[in-house]
Write a protein that binds this ligand. Sequence first.
Ligand code: ISL
Ligand code: CA
Length: 537
Amino acid sequence: MNDSVKWWQKAVVYQIYPLSFKDSNHDGIGDILGIIEKLDYIKNLGVDVIWLSPIYQSPMEDNGYDISDYYQIDPVFGTFSDFLQLLKEVHLRDMKMIMDLVVNHTSDEHIWFKESKKSLDNPYRDYYIWKDKPTDISSVFSGSAWEFDENTKQYYFHLFSKKQPDLNWQNPKLRQVIYEMINYWLNLGIDGFRLDVIDLIGKDIEHVQIGNGPFLDQNLKELYDTCFKGRNIMTVGEMPTLSIQKAAQITNQNAPLLNMIFQFEHLSLDEIPKRGKWMLQKLDLIEFKAYFDKIQKTNFNHGWNSLFLSNHDQPRVVSRFGNLSYRKESAKMLATILYSMQGTPYVYQGEEIGMTGVRFQNISEYKDVETLNMYHEFLDKKVPMKDIMESIYAKSRDNSRTPMQWNNQLYAGFSDENPWLMVNPNYKEINATFDLEDQDGVFFFYKKLFEIRKSYTVFDLGDFNLIYPKDAFLFAYTRKYKEQLILVIGHFNNQEAEYDLEEFKDMDCLLTNKSSLKLSNKTMISPYYCAIYYKNH
Ligand code: ISL
Ligand code: CA
């Protein structure tokens, strides 16, 4: 890594899930004009880049991750001119905007698929993956990944919902129309893409190599050469199946195919290995730390990290890894630990005010296709209702999709109509208005943290060394760059505990969620404490 840091390396990214961000036209669904209303709020946090989850035309089986026309804005979100207005308003505030790119699959209502299913010799047949006999690959959203089509008596492949048929990336014609579409959006002046499950475009179904398939590198290279090369944009690939090593290879600064990727191993550590996302186990902090140690070291000098614990698929992080009895402290602590590492920080809407997960009593309140499919599958398997609901409370994607809590008014100020997904009942206590009135709130802590991050090069370029790697409660590390040294501490503990931090005694506290501690051989650290210490050495 040389000393020049690129804009997307220094940027703070804020993810908007448009359905749940802000409704402007009283239909209970978030929209583009609603986003525009809140741009100053986002800017105030210290955000540089907005990532918009999909707003293209979609039947919303998977909330927009099922696109039926890549060239249209879904009317629920607004018009094309609203979109252009948004882009302009973002740029006026000196921010950038990246869009979601969903090209592993389309909606079954896309014209390509409607054509494809018409006959075996339709020109669009090979845009999708068809087979005479299904193999035993499962869909991520329960059941088989193959669906029978009565009309042509073949099965089509869908790794997600059956309303999300997978595109056939083996077909050069398909690849070409996808590249045209990507270039169309880039030419409109957007600043890049978050690429949905892009690890799947190299799959070889015959040999059951789905993630990290044999064609991944060549497809990414062609995509890069045809669309990204030479443009001043940012690309981040979502790659749930990729190992840390492989991820580092793809983002290698010498020949980067993508600027950075989302790697997910850390978010599976609270699942029983190989039993899927719903089978829970307690997070082992030692494993969690080891993950970050590994990815920080692997990407150091070569690749680049995305720093994230939350997104629209993950449960709310304070409920998951923090502690609701210490909501504000633990929200700040998690941010401090995460965003002091090397990489580009990602904030998911509501994370910056410490929003929490939900426990809806009735399954009918849940809307997520994955959650509902799982519910029926587990019921069929006679899993006790109590266990099903506990898994849903812990892991359902709807935890993070409840409407953004703007204030303590009806529907949390998200809308004045009944929202498409119920508001978290705790909006009367947890909302952006209250948090912003509180100098000690989560929002201002995030803001301060990002300001600090931007003032010291050590955050961009410093190395990474865990302190007490085998301690089950303290997440602590140092980072060094030239004469700059930082110590970062996060206490994952609901009790106080004593640590020997004598060697850091002459450091100054830059930021903390409590009061600055005197570091000594007997430093008493309170529950969910966090701090960043600094010195020039
Ligand atoms: O959400 C997950 C499990 O709960 C993940 O496995 C998720 O499906 C995976 O990370 C891929 O996610 C992306 O593609 C999906 C879409 O449903 C997600 O919202 C999106 O982030 C299909 O497009
Ligand atoms: Ca609306």
